[in-house]
Write a protein that binds this ligand. Sequence first.
Ligand SMILES: NC(=O)c1ccc[n+]([C@@H]2O[C@H](COP(=O)([O-])OP(=O)(O)OC[C@H]3O[C@@H](n4cnc5c(N)ncnc54)[C@H](OP(=O)(O)O)[C@@H]3O)[C@@H](O)[C@H]2O)c1
Length: 285
Amino acid sequence: MSYGLLDPPMTLPAVPRPTVLVTGAAKRLGRQIALTLAQQGWNVAVHYRHSKAEALETIAACTALSHAKGDFYAASADLSDEAAVRALWQAVVAHYGRVDAVVNSASTFEHDDAQHFSYAMLDKHLHANTAAAIVLAQCLHAHRQDLRLNDDSPPAVVVNLLDQKLWNPNPDFFSYTLSKAALEAANTLLAQALAPLVRVVGVAPGLTLTSHMLSEAEFQALHRLSPLGRSSTPEDVAATVAFALSNRSITGTTLLVDGGQHLMRFERDFSLMPSVAASPSSSSL
Ligand SMILES: NC(=O)c1ccc[n+]([C@@H]2O[C@H](COP(=O)([O-])OP(=O)(O)OC[C@H]3O[C@@H](n4cnc5c(N)ncnc54)[C@H](OP(=O)(O)O)[C@@H]3O)[C@@H](O)[C@H]2O)c1
């Protein structure tokens, strides 16, 4: 909150900072979401699995952005393990007392296809990408019930990171895609089941960050491959998450942030179509 050149009057009521748990916030999109929310006045619990050093760096960057007024806390969990997800939630609630939102950004993203599909690959993606997000929504709802806030309190919020490829499907990353399709269905079901205490909103990026499978030139060409000539940036995605958290009327829907890539038809996943990058005209609207 800014008071311009004046000190805040002593009578001003203290507005508590809301608290959000962002999963997978050590790096990449999760990190940008954490930074954006810290800048907008949130306390952020930074979840990570292996990237402890990067999580601590995210916390240092959040602290710098919030002029050290926020409370930033790192917590580790393997989201494919239900007990670890529940322990993560308990740790975050024990630290903050009250939690207002969860952003499910962490994601397992391993390649398989229909020919190499296995129960193990599906389990891995469904547990980390779908079941963990549902359990965290369930925990947030129970927490909200326990708090017994008055009726004027804004609902708590869950934001689920989805993917434009659900609207523009291809069979690459088969188990990952199924896990995100299930999460998109859960987005609707949870919005129905957890209202009015909790809102549930999907945010679906287009190609935003590169992977080890693409050169920088390939990534740049694919990023331009959209009706608007530019897919999403991390800042675009984080701003949409912040909007979803702040707008009290949105639930049970998904905001696509992809430069319109979902309106196109891609035969392959971005990371497997560098030849298209070399010749963008081979993909059509
Ligand atoms: N990047 C894009 O262009 C893009 C496009 C469309 C959709 N999305 C969606 O946006 C979200 C963020 O994307 P991203 O590229 O930033 O994600 P990412 O780099 O693929 O993964 C983010 C983090 O997820 C964590 N993670 C993976 N499996 C986990 C597990 N079993 N338990 C706990 N943590 C786990 C990892 O944390 P550690 O490093 O700490 O192990 C990783 O750093 C994802 O949901 C993704 O599906 C991204």
